[in-house]
Design a binder for this molecule. Sequence first.
Ligand code: 4NP
Length: 160
Amino acid sequence: MQQNDRVRVLFVCLGNICRSPMAEGVFSHLVKEAGLGDRIVVDSAGTGDWHIGERAHPGTRDILKQHDIDYDGRARQLTDADLGAFDYILAMDRNNLADLRARANGATPAEIRLFLDYAEGVNEREVPDPYYSGRFEEVYRLVRAAAEGLLDHIRARHGL
Ligand code: 4NP
């Protein structure tokens, strides 16, 4: 990647209404705070199609609002084109990771990883799905830690 190319980051979960929109909102917020809004592109998608076009879950919207983070994205489904268009694709859990790897079948320039690989001081490896549990606060804590670690990683690796 050339120095002045933009770094492209995609967060992926199942429905694209709870976890990956929260990750997109938190990470975009950190990117803007760091003054890197014109250098890092951030998006999210779901492997499933149930919620296409919907706003984020009220639990995700509420917690982002509590942290003064604006988010008004609409759910969309992952496409084959996404696999070629992003530098980092971050899966919320191992099912998402397996779906992404199977779909990419080795033919992607993206680094496909579990998002929590970037979270320091966190024992969990997967972001638990709050769709049924309602544990959005716990999800926020994990997402925030991973977003901070991911931004540090990208800044170091891309000289930003
Ligand atoms: P997400 O949560 O993958 O974090 O957006 C879910 C949202 C919807 C469903 C499952 C998980 N669903 O089965 O509709």
